[in-house]
Ligand binder design. Sequence first.
Ligand code: NAP
Ligand code: ZN
Ligand code: ZN
Length: 347
Amino acid sequence: MIQAKAYAAQTPTSDLQPWNLQRREVGDHDVQFDIRYCGVCHSDLHQIRNDWFPGIFPMVPGHEIVGKVTKVGPLVRKYKVGDTVGVGCLVDSCRVCDECKEGLEQYCTNGHSQTYNGLEQDHKTPTYGGYSNTIVVHEDFVLKVSDKLDLPAVAPLLCAGITTYSPLRHWKVGKGHKLGVVGLGGLGHMAVKFGAAFGAEVTVLSTSAGKEADAKKLGAHKFVVTKDEKQLKSVKGYFDFIIDTVSAEHDMNVYLGLLRTDGVMICVGVPSKPAPIAPFSVIVGRKSFAGSSIGGLPETQEMLDFCAEHNIVSDIEIIAMKDIMPSYDRMLKGDVKYRFVIDMATL
Ligand code: NAP
Ligand code: ZN
Ligand code: ZN
């Protein structure tokens, strides 16, 4: 086994603390890499706190992982030592269901292996994520990262990036569309960048008036403070698409009211409690309320290549591993500009 250093939560109420774990030996098709940076996703905090479901503890979060290959198995064809690579939210899947065959591993009907708080395909061995110095992953779930981009700023593309890229591509959001982005955090700021890159008119719908200048710099055309009734009313029935990235409980009916006829609201944020939707919110105007989960492996690679071509990365604040708990506190207050990324050299 390979000894690895990490930060783990031992229970759903404990802080993250240093913890040593063992990774499997590098198998025939495995890639081992030194983790250089790992993004901090709001899902990390939801999961260590059991916000959604009982998790597997000890838990090592982190699914926005980038680094340099240190070892490859004898049958690995795609990577060699020294390559810059990434791993997102998935480290394996059944590979035989229709969804897996289509490259939609995020919807694997036999249960994929999440990068952490999940189980390997033996359905027994827990997975441990990227708040760690090294990881071993099957080459099929490792992504190529261009050396043209700033490495720490690439890390959040592996979750925040693909989670917003995938639905915008699926619903073909682009020129001539009005897109509303609810919540300007990690996911939201990437939705703004991709929406603008695809040619849509982008409006940020935020609870934080102070984020307006940043939103415009990120590519938004308009900014609406959702706590201001007058501003909210000005965009009633306005949007073709809304992507909702909010992590906390909020009234989704308000945003459905901002869609035009046949508009689609795409939910990607995952508050811990169910959200009531009034039937009239979707009946009037034949609206759709939809959801989307991360993205499959082929689309994640497509997104990374698109970012390299268009020079798109995340706006980040680099933190030391020991500062993870105060960073979570700031994330809860909406005070992230716009993604924390852990420098793993500080582990
Ligand atoms: P984040 O960086 O904390 O951003 C969330 C933003 O939501 C905040 O910056 C804030 O923006 C807004 N917000 C927070 N509390 C709010 C409230 N009470 N009412 C209204 N707005 C509020 O989080 P993130 O990492 O982007 O993740 C967002 C959510 O997506 C999380 O629930 C996460 O688990 C989920 N997620 C889902 C997927 C998927 O596959 N579907 C993948 C990754 C993450 P403003 O200040 O602009 O209002
Ligand atoms: Zn995430
Ligand atoms: Zn499958």
